[in-house]
Design a protein around this ligand. Sequence first.
Ligand SMILES: Nc1ncnc2c1ncn2[C@@H]1O[C@H](COP(=O)(O)OP(=O)(O)OP(=O)(O)O)[C@@H](O)[C@H]1O
Length: 228
Amino acid sequence: MIELYDVWKTYGNGVEALRGVSVKIKKGEFVYVVGPSGAGKSTFIKMLYREEKPSKGAIFVNGFNVDKIKERQIPMIRRTIGVVFQDFKLLPNLTAFENVAFALEVIETPKKQIARRVLEMLDQVGLKGKEHSKPNELSGGEQQRVSIARALVNNPAIIIADEPTGNLDPDTSWEIVRLLEDINYKGTTVIMATHNKDIVNRTKKRVLAFEGGKIARDERRGGYDDAN
Ligand SMILES: Nc1ncnc2c1ncn2[C@@H]1O[C@H](COP(=O)(O)OP(=O)(O)OP(=O)(O)O)[C@@H](O)[C@H]1O
């Protein structure tokens, strides 16, 4: 479902962010992406949903040859992937309901279907009763739940989360990880970049540890610090 073959990324300023990354991730896996700041985690993640293009190498995601597709095909691949960010990226003037609905409106889903699906998603992430709240009326954890509902609403095969707990306190971070585990249990592949050692060490999932633009460690039931 995700395959990278010798992927390199050199940014315009000459920084080599990825230096020969090859990896396969199967449908239904839960994978942590860890490593020190600047190791290439975000660059790796951005490659998967074509936010960045590789300088060299090949990337296949959900049957798309990501590095080869045309600009106009990008929305097609984005529909098969839900993305969750550290800073939520919710639209501040829209309610929780409207933020999630927006993802369906842009793909022209019929109105009736939108209402049903959005309420179902908000319920699934534990936000029943908060449909009409705007982001500034919600806690950080609740805002992240809205953004997870938005990422899930198109029923993507993959959820990619870049530091989803970076702005949350430890208890709320655990709630978000439990929610992602739940989503994974139902069959969605989850890829999560994180600096949270406690979560990685205690949940025992596959760990891809980046260092200097390379995968230094790929372990089935890994920890954050196994290399040390
Ligand atoms: N758009 C960009 N233009 C130029 N250089 C970049 C760009 N994005 C990232 N870099 C550089 O590429 C390298 C890898 O960055 P990346 O953001 O992938 O690391 P990271 O592991 O996600 O770090 P962090 O944990 O701090 O988020 C760094 O040296 C960074 O400065």
